[in-house]
Design a binder for this molecule. Structure first.
Ligand SMILES: NC(=O)c1ccc[n+]([C@@H]2O[C@H](COP(=O)([O-])OP(=O)(O)OC[C@H]3O[C@@H](n4cnc5c(N)ncnc54)[C@H](OP(=O)(O)O)[C@@H]3O)[C@@H](O)[C@H]2O)c1
Length: 316
């Protein structure tokens, strides 16, 4: 029996697909909003049993369509986000500030619960349009809906990510790989399963009015992450510290590619640790500890990047 209806924006993305599976398994009906039904339905349709998923195509700035979707749901979750800007409309400001502002105001008007996914460790960041747009999004949401839940994950990984999978592909090809800021930046990687469990529990246990930092079970530096990725794909590569001057030049060239490995904005972000803040409340404080350690998590899918696939012999 269907318990409640959850409307998810960005349902076709990495965290979104884990959420569709988790919510539908727990007998929630998911309304998945996407910009392109034909392109994304094949991804979404396989995530939930028949009757537990409706796919709705919408322009995220069409306010009357947004209201129509929100009215027929009990909870609204926003997972829409971008890593780099594209064209005049797909800007950080539009996606991370204006869209959450619109969504939260419609949720407030219709008295619906709203959960927004921002990102961890933005407060101290300088010179990043991404960080500024996410912070401004949080401010706008709080103005409209003080009891919205804002979840701030550290770096999220899974077989569906654009992080470990991309890095494993590149590490497979290149004999050397650059270490930005000497590889010392710290992260608390969290598996998409753990993130979707946290989101589900926020809904199911009716947690209100909290900024929650979503962190994994361990702190790893950028260099340690690369070393674990290399180990998991059975490759030895030279990890070379790249002076900032050259890092900036390479990022300014790479950001011209359609799906860049790194942009100047991301390079600025990478300078700052992505770990629990001093006074922040984390998933651990609300009794939702992360279960998956990075090495174990990536080993579930790293064989895709190993010669011989699943049956290759892994060197230690
Ligand atoms: N992944 C991480 O490491 C991480 C860390 C911290 C915070 N977050 C935040 O968590 C949220 C979800 O992350 P994710 O990794 O699941 O992202 P994702 O895989 O990139 O998916 C994001 C979804 O947003 C929608 N979207 C993308 N660009 C859009 C645009 N220009 N206009 C409208 N919709 C657009 C897409 O849905 P359709 O194409 O179906 O419309 C896409 O499936 C984002 O807000 C992200 O910033 C992620």
């Amino acid at each position: 029996m269907i318990r409640k209806k959850v409307l998810i924006f960005g349902a076709s993305g990495q965290i979104g697909r884990y959420c569709v599976r988790k919510f539908s398994k727990e007998n929630y009906k998911v309304i998945a909003a996407t910009r392109n039904k034909h392109q994304k339905a094949y991804l979404l349709k396989t995530q939930a049993p028949i009757g537990y998923l409706d796919i709705e195509e919408t322009n995220i700035f069409d306010q009357s369509k947004l209201e129509e979707l929100i009215i027929k749901s009990d909870i609204c979750i926003n997972l829409v986000g971008i890593l780099f800007e594209k064209g005049k409309k797909n800007t950080f400001k539009n996606i991370h500030t204006i869209f959450p502002k619109i969504l939260s105001s419609i949720c407030a008007k219709n008295n619906k619960k709203f959960i927004h996914i921002s990102a961890l460790g933005l407060d101290k960041v300088k010179n990043s349009k991404y960080a500024l747009s996410k912070i401004n999004g949080e401010i706008e949401i709080k103005k409209n809906l003080p009891n919205a839940v804002i979840l701030k994950p550290s770096i999220v990984y899974s077989v569906d990510d654009k992080f470990t999978t991309k890095f494993m592909s590149i590490l497979n090809l290149l004999p050397i790989f650059p270490l930005y800021y000497n590889g010392n930046t710290k992260f608390t990687p969290i598996h998409a399963t753990d993130v979707s469990d946290i989101i589900f529990n926020i809904v199911d246990k009716e947690i209100h009015s909290k900024d929650i930092e979503a962190i994994g079970p361990e702190i790893l530096t950028f260099k340690e992450i690369l070393e674990k990725l290399l180990k998991s794909i059975n490759k030895k590569r030279l990890l070379v510290p790249l002076p900032l001057f050259f890092a900036r030049i390479s990022a300014s060239i790479l950001q011209l590619f359609p799906s860049p490995l790194i942009t100047l904005d991301q390079l600025n972000l990478l300078k700052y640790d992505n770990i629990k803040t001093e006074n922040g409340i984390t998933n651990y404080d609300i009794n939702l500890p992360s279960k998956i350690y990075f090495e174990k998590g990536i080993n579930e899918y790293a064989y895709n990047w190993r010669e011989g696939g699943k049956f290759s012999i892994k060197e230690n």
